[in-house]
Design a protein around this ligand. Structure first.
Ligand code: MD6
Ligand code: FE
Length: 218
C-alpha cells in the first residue's frame, strides 16, 4: 500500500532519447534479488578491482556467461572469475526475466542479457563519470537495478562535459538505457551514511548486459 503510494509519486520518466527511469519497478522482486546476491557472492565474492587509477571504491562480482573484470592493464569481460578461476555463477532465471521485462517496458523487446555485474557500495563509495562501452553490442540496452540505500546518480550525454541530470535512485528503481543514450556518460556520487532494513548501510546495483561473445576473454 505505502509502496504503491510512493511509486505513484515518482512516475516513470524518460531521461533522454532511449533512456527510461522506472521507479520501484523491481520492488516486487526484492527478496529474490537479495537471495541471488547472497548466492552469487558466496561463490564469487565481492572484491575491489585495482585499476590504473587505484582500487575501485565499489566492490563487485558478476553472474552469467561472463563477468566484468578490471586490472591495471584494462577492463574486459571474462568467462572465469580471476579470483577463483571458476566460471562465474549462473544468472538466475528470475533476474534474467526481470531485466527482460524492464527492457520491454522501456521499448526494448527481446533483451537477453548474458551478464549481470553486481556493485556494492558502502558509505563513501561512488563511481566516477564513465561510459559503458566494452560490450560490443550497441543495439542492446543496459538495464540497471538499484537496491538498498539511495544513490545520487548523474546522467549526461555522449560528450563527457554535456550537462548532467541528477536523479536519486531509490530501492527497487530500474533505469534502462540504450539507443541514442547507450553511450551516455554517468556516475554515482559517494553514498551517504543511511540505513535500509534489507541492506543496512549498503547500496547494491545490478547491471544486465548483452555482450558480443567475440569480446569474451578467458
Ligand atoms: C550504479 N551504474 O548505478 C552504476 N552503467 O551503481 C552504472 O554504471 C550503469 O546504472 C550503465 C548503465 C546503467 C548503469
Ligand atoms: Fe556504467
Amino acid at each position: 500500500m505505502m509502496d504503491d503510494l510512493f511509486v505513484s509519486l515518482r512516475p516513470r520518466t524518460v531521461l533522454a532519447d532511449g533512456a527510461a527511469w522506472l521507479p520501484g519497478f523491481a520492488l516486487p522482486d526484492a527478496e529474490v534479488l537479495h537471495q541471488a546476491i547472497a548466492n552469487v557472492s558466496a561463490a564469487a565474492p565481492f572484491r575491489h578491482f585495482r585499476t590504473r587509477m587505484g582500487p575501485m571504491s565499489a566492490a563487485m562480482t558478476s553472474c552469467g556467461a561472463c563477468g566484468w573484470t578490471a586490472d591495471p592493464a584494462g577492463y574486459r569481460y571474462s568467462r572465469t572469475d580471476p579470483m577463483t578461476d571458476q566460471p562465474w555463477p549462473d544468472m538466475p532465471d528470475a533476474l534474467r526475466h526481470l531485466a527482460a521485462r524492464a527492457a520491454a517496458e522501456a521499448g526494448y523487446e527481446a533483451f537477453d542479457p548474458v551478464s549481470c555485474l553486481i556493485n556494492r557500495y558502502a558509505p563513501g563509495a561512488g563511481m566516477g563519470l564513465h561510459q559503458d562501452r566494452d560490450e560490443g553490442y550497441p543495439e542492446a540496452p543496459v538495464v540497471s537495478v538499484s537496491l538498498g540505500v539511495p544513490a545520487r546518480f548523474s546522467f549526461g550525454g555522449s560528450g563527457r562535459s554535456d550537462p548532467k541530470q541528477i536523479i536519486d535512485l531509490l530501492d527497487g528503481d530500474v533505469v534502462v538505457w540504450g539507443g541514442a543514450s547507450r553511450f551516455a556518460w554517468h556516475g554515482v556520487s559517494p553514498i551517504r551514511e543511511t540505513f535500509h532494513p534489507q541492506t543496512g548501510a549498503m547500496r547494491y546495483n545490478l547491471t544486465f548486459r548483452a555482450i558480443n561473445a567475440a569480446l569474451f576473454r578467458p
